[in-house]
Design a protein around this ligand. Structure first.
Ligand code: 4G3
Length: 266
């Protein structure tokens, strides 16, 4: 996959391309990254990339000519690529979009700075406007890195085992189960016994149940947005019954002195 980034701060990117899984993807020739300095496409002695907004107001706007010239050059270098503008006005990026982008031949990221980009660039030269969340950054560079990181790890052959990306968090709409490594006792907390048992069937069952309950406790809206399998409903029912039992014990007078029942305040 060709990945071109258009920015006025190209120095931000080599450290990103040169570490971790992104670097491995480069070494394995799965991605071919390039960084384009928008300033190189700005005419005149001073290579100006921004200007004051029509209609007045504070802040600056990125000029249309240097940006469109940079986009056209990047398009020529990667003809099949999709051009993406990172902006708070974009569609909010998620794992499903990451999977879609991972199938493309190329991506060209346009990183805005200042208050934004001349509207006429968006109309003509941008295929998709993406946001990494409902907050404002000083530039699109970090947002582009976030999207690139999420996409590159989904390219077949990058993560190591192809299966690992599919098994994990969000790929089936649930959070990941809890993870543990040595030692088996840490600060008085023990690793769940079943994980030490070597019983793969019971471990798999525990992990599915743990993922389900963690999702319910931490991100219940994810469960609402997803059809539940029969065994997943069974897990929720089992825990629902357990919670009912605890509530019942409260109202049937199982009182303790340090933790009085609900009517004790009067
Ligand atoms: C305004 C992306 C600001 C317009 C970029 C670019 C947040 C995100 C900017 C524009 C950004 C985001 C730069 N801030 N939430 N700032 O993905 O095109």
């Amino acid at each position: 996959m060709q990945i071109a980034v258009l920015t006025i701060f190209p120095e931000m990117f080599p450290p990103f391309w040169e570490h971790g899984m992104i670097r491995r993807a480069v070494d394995a020739r799965k991605i071919h990254p390039s960084t384009v300095n928008i300033r190189d496409y700005a005419p005149g002695r001073h290579h100006v990339t921004d200007d004051r907004p029509y209609g007045g107001g504070c802040g600056m706007v990125m000029k249309a000519e240097p940006l469109t010239a940079a986009i056209q050059a990047a398009r020529q270098a990667a003809p099949g690529a999709k051009t993406v503008l990172m902006s708070p006005q974009g569609r909010v990026f998620d794992q499903k979009m990451a999977r879609e982008l991972a199938r493309l031949d190329g991506l060209i990221f346009v990183c805005g700075r200042y208050e934004g980009v001349d509207e006429r660039v968006c109309c003509d030269h941008i295929d998709a406007e993406l946001s990494i969340g409902n907050f404002v950054l000083t530039g699109g560079e970090l947002a582009a890195m976030v999207v690139i990181d999420a996409v590159v790890r989904l390219i077949p052959g990058v993560l190591g085992g192809e299966a690992s990306a599919e098994k994990e968090s969000f790929e089936d709409g649930l959070l990941e189960h809890a993870h543990f490594t040595r030692p088996d006792a840490f600060n008085d907390m023990r690793v769940p016994e079943v994980l030490l048992s070597g019983h793969h069937g019971r471990i798999e069952t525990w992990r599915r149940e743990n993922a389900m309950i963690r999702t319910f406790l931490k991100r219940p809206e994810l469960l609402m947005a997803r059809p539940l399998a029969d065994d997943e409903v069974a897990v929720l029912e089992k825990w629902g019954r357990e919670i009912e039992r605890i509530i019942q014990a409260q109202s049937t007078g199982a009182r303790s002195l340090d933790r009085p029942g609900p009517s004790s305040g009067r």
